[in-house]
Design a protein around this ligand. Structure first.
Ligand code: XMP
Length: 524
């Protein structure tokens, strides 16, 4: 969405894995922002975007290396406040006449610094309002290089043992630059820095969910005109919110297609179709394509191959149904912002590809459908807020996220129908336990996975040689980072007993206590 009615902040991305968290912090402040990779930010782009402030993200490159990424020099001559973070600080210093020294990683002699550090103030700055009440602030450092000489006009406002220029600013030009990452959880008061920065830049906090809804509806109408749209409905929050939003915008020009790829949870297809037909008057096609998907996945064990097969088949199936709907020119998807970011590779943007999400990447030319992705700028909790704004039932909004590739990525290695059956039952028992104990709403996502390993057990007087199952439950705000949920041992014991007693084919259960990072939420 590039609506000029709002104050707009531009984040220039140099490839940090946490750039999206900057956007998130800003949205919490009701500030409209967009992230654009440095390659696409040209002078003309800046004129068109007309940012009220600019943030330069961190990134893996070293400014001391030739050809390392730079923003256009005009970023610094537009008379708008600029905040540089980590690599952003270094690039700013280098371009404005300072000097950066390479650390060990980039071949220089300096020290690198990764992890927790403490900054103490050396001078007062409005950027630091609310900081240093207790004399020092914890920050998260992650840098190889460091600034050795400040650019003219800059002063030091905060320092840490390994980063003498931890917080710097040129107050006359409203340029600020920090060596650490204020956007991450490990800089506990980082949000306050962003709040101070946008206040200094004159943002009024005019970006609300109500405004988003109105703009999104207007944009959908503008894009779609009198053409027809088909929407892939999964029954999850994202596609449901997308469908209701689009329905509000264009009414019966929308047809929803619910694809059963054979990788859904127990009774899920029936429940989703019933839920949608009972609550909404939106034309809905129930496409049972499980044979097609499971057939093509047969024998495949590589995670990316599995994801790509599912992604390709989804597109084929949509094409098939789109062809049946006369005049359908658009495909709507509930793609969220984290999906977009995690799927961007260096060729499109700077961060490393973690997983190929089946629902992004655009549609092949041959399909002849254009994409409508009205949630593309939103994080999960923002989608829930939009859902509430649209009056969706709480049961929709509260559902745990379920990934597009479904149980395929909860069945590491080869998928078989037997394994899927076992997995469905185990998952149902697990979720039932969580609901019975009143924990469902405390957890971001909980699910069972069937591991590609069988182990020996003893039941009754007999030997068993059955699958092992893993249980996962995480808390998270946006799916970008996550902590495992600390179930108590009584709950664990009861749940494991129920799964082993009620699910034939499983004789051992593990609980996954990996956070994200370093793990991901799903197994593949
Ligand atoms: P990971 O496993 O990457 O998951 O930590 C983060 C969140 O994204 C969901 N997920 C997906 N959602 N299509 C989706 O719509 C996908 O391909 C996909 N892969 C993962 C996952 O369930 C979690 O909520």
């Amino acid at each position: 969405m590039t609506d000029q009615a709002h104050d707009r902040l531009l984040i220039i991305d140099f490839g940090s894995q946490v750039t999206q968290l900057i956007a998130r912090r800003l949205r919490e402040l009701n500030v409209y922002c967009e992230i654009h990779p440095f390659q696409s930010v040209t002078d003309a782009f800046l004129d068109d975007f007309n940012p009220k402030a600019v943030i330069l993200s961190g990134g893996p490159a070293s400014v001391v290396h030739e050809g390392s990424p730079r923003p256009p020099a005009s970023v610094f001559t537009r008379s708008v406040p600029v905040l540089g973070i980590c690599y952003g600080q270094q690039v700013m210093m280098q371009m404005l006449g300072g000097r950066v020294e390479g650390g060990k990683i980039s071949g220089g002699g300096g020290t690198a610094e990764f992890g927790r550090a403490y900054v103490i103030p050396t001078s007062q700055s409005p950027l630091l309002d609310g900081w240093f009440d207790t004399g020092r602030e914890q920050v998260w450092m992650s840098h190889g290089d460091h600034v050795a000489d400040l650019a003219p006009g800059f002063e030091v406002f905060g320092t840490s043992p390994n980063a003498p220029f931890a917080i710097t600013a040129d107050p006359a030009r409203n340029f600020f630059a920090v060596q650490f990452h204020p956007e991450v959880h490990h800089t506990p008061k980082g949000a306050k820095l962003y709040e101070n920065f946008v206040r200094l830049a004159g943002f009024t906090g005019d970006w609300t969910m109500n405004a988003y809804r109105d703009e999104a509806i207007r944009k959908i109408r503008e894009t779609v005109g009198d053409k027809k749209v088909i929407c892939g409905l999964s029954g999850g929050v994202d596609s449901s919110v997308a469908a209701v939003l689009i329905h509000e915008a264009i009414g019966d020009q929308l047809t929803c297609v619910f694809v059963d790829h054979g990788l859904l949870r127990l009774n899920e297809a029936d429940e989703v179709v019933k839920m949608f037909r009972d609550n909404y008057n939106i034309p809905l096609i129930h496409a049972d394509e499980s044979e097609l998907f499971l057939g093509e996945l047969d024998g495949q064990s590589d995670p990316e191959t599995k994801r790509k097969i599912i992604g390709r088949l989804f597109i084929d199936v949509f094409q098939k149904y789109a062809n049946e709907i006369e005049g359908a020119e658009f495909l709507a998807q509930g793609t969220l912002y984290p999906d977009v970011i995690e799927s961007v590779s260096f060729s499109g943007g700077p961060s490393v590809t973690i997983k190929s999400h089946h629902n992004v990447g655009g549609l092949p030319e041959k399909m002849g459908l254009k994409l409508v992705e009205p949630l593309r700028e939103l994080f999960k909790d923002e989608v829930r807020a939009l859902g509430r704004e649209l009056g969706l039932p709480a049961s929709f909004i509260g559902r745990h996220p379920f990934p597009g590739p479904g149980l395929a990525i909860r069945c590491p290695g080869e998928i078989t129908r037997d394994k899927l059956e076992i997995l469905r039952l185990a998952d149902a028992v697990y979720i039932d336990q969580i609901r019975k104990h009143g924990l469902y709403d405390e957890i971001w996502q909980a699910f069972a996975a069937i591991l590609p390993v069988r182990t020996v057990g003893v039941m009754g007087d007999g030997r068993t040689y059955d699958y092992a199952c893993a249980l996962r439950a995480v808390t998270s705000v946006d799916g970008m980072t996550a902590d495992y949920y600390p179930f108590d041992h009584d709950f664990m014991g009861e749940t494991v007993t129920r799964i082993i007693n009620e699910v034939p084919g499983i004789n051992r259960v593990f609980y996954d206590v990996t956070s994200k990072p370093p793990g991901t939420i799903e197994m593949e």
